[in-house]
Every structure is written in structure tokens, then in C-alpha cells.
Design a protein around this ligand. Sequence first.
Ligand code: DGY
Length: 324
Amino acid sequence: MQNVGSVYLTRKLPDPALQYLKESCALKLWNEEQTPVPRDVLLKQIDQVEGIYCTLSDKIDREIISSSPNLRVISTMSVGYDHIDVQFAREQGIKVTYTPGVLTETTADLAFTLLMSTSRRIFEANRSIYEGKWKGWAPLFMAGRDIYGAKLGIVGMGRIGQAMVRRAKGFNMKISYYSRSRKKEMEQQEGITYKPLEVLLQESDFISLHLPGNSDTYHLIDTKELALMKPTAILINTARGSVVNEKALLAALQEDRIRGAGLDVFEREPVDPKHPLLALPNVLALPHIGSASVETRFKMAMIAAEDLVKGLQGETPQYEVTES
Ligand code: DGY
């Protein structure tokens, strides 16, 4: 393939995607897989590039976008694009591409894993063995809450919210949802019920968040919303840390105003290992691995690479962000 332009890649990718980029572009890269490129390095490296291939841990703001006068395409290996100033990029005529769809089922799998693990206290129970707390069978030792037949409230009924419905139905859960727009056809087909957020929070045993991170969803779950939840309720967040006010969540958990939380995302990532939320036995924390299956990550890496190349060739990318 001909060289379609100069590209900076902010992370070492798995090989098929990396090889494809090497063959299609004049590629410079941050040759690390585990650690993000430092901002000063990124600023220096993107000076004349036409394309940036990034991940969700790179903040692609006005300063970054403006420092590359030839920039034409930003491609992110993620469905979320809250780390990119999309509005500014589009004003400059720069295309932004992302990877929706491919990670839907993988992320819903993880959200359901968190739901099951928090309700049945899987990690507390596992740790109890190593900590010598298992003295033998006891009526309420490590007793959790039933999932089968419980009430699930899904906040955000996009692709991943819908994938949660499919999983929850297998557990005979009573499903309600809150979303910007009603999905009346889905309500009928799947037997799910739309509820205003306040009502959903009051009634649900599990609340699972599936919204993008942006100014509309910032701290959607705050002190007032947590106060509406049942003392037995569990909050699952695989969306974005910014959707939940962590200080408010910490207080609600410390004061036993809700039962637990399963968190794959945090307001600051990577989360400080000394963050007080992590010390709570009823919090199951994961390092933002919602889409982290080998199959899905390979596909995401390749889709983002192909769309970057398409954009640089002047073709329409498969997944271009069209809102800001
Ligand atoms: C995304 O792609 O935005 C997800 O959060 C990654 O797991």
C-alpha cells in the first residue's frame, strides 16, 4: 500500500494493526504497551503529523490539536471519545474516528460479571479463605443477594445497555431503564419499562450505568441520587468515572446507605491505589478492562487503524464521530 501520510501512534499495538500502520503510513510511535506517552513527548512528536492514533488515556485537547498544523484525522481505539476535544477538531476540519459496536458484548459481559461478583461477594469470599476467616460453614457467612428475579435499572439504553438487557433476561430480572430517548419498540419486544431516573434509583436492586462521559452526564450520580437508592442496592459503573461523584459514593458506602459498588472506571485513571474507595470490602474495583478480551482488543486496534488510513486517503471512515 502507498504511504497515506505521517502518523503518530501513542501506544504499541498488537501486531496485525501495528504492521498494517507500518505498511500504510510514515509511522512514529510511543513504543510502550503499558504506559501512556508523556504529554511533553506527545507534543514534540506530533509537530507535523497528519494523523494521530490514540487511546482513551491520551488527552487530545486544543493544545495538542493545534500543535499539529497538518492534522487531518484523529483515530481513537475506544468507543468513548470524551478524551478528545471533538468540537474543536471538527471546527478545524479534522475527522475523529472511534470503535463503537465491536466492544458491546465484551463490555456488557464485564458489567454483568461485576454485578454478579458484587452481589455474591465473590472477591470478599475468595479473600476470606486466604485471610483465615473461613472457620467452616455458617448460615450467613459471606451471604450475598440474589440476582435471579431481582430488579435491574439500566441507565443509558445504547448498544451496551441493550446488551445488558439480553444478559439480565437470562436471570429473569425485572428490567427498567432510563435514557435520553425512549425505546418504545424495545420496551414491547423485551418487556422492559422506562422509568424516570429518580424512580429507577428508588426501585432497583442493581443500577448499571451505560452512558458516555460528557458535560450532560457529569456527576449524574451524586449525593441526591445515591440517597434515593435502596440500602441494599448495588451500583455498577463500566461507563466513565465522571458519571459518578466518587466522594458522594464513598460517603454513601461508608455510611451503609447503599450495599456495594462494582467499578471498572474512575474519575482519575489510573486510580490511586490508596484511594479510600478501594479499601472498602464492598467495592469491587477493576482497572478499566470493560472491552479487554483479546479478540475485542485486536478488532478495536485494527478498526481504528483502518479508519485512520481511510480518513487520510480522503475516504469516508467506517466510524466517524458525528456529534461533539
Ligand atoms: C472505551 O472504548 O471507551 C472503553 O471504555 C474501553 O474499555
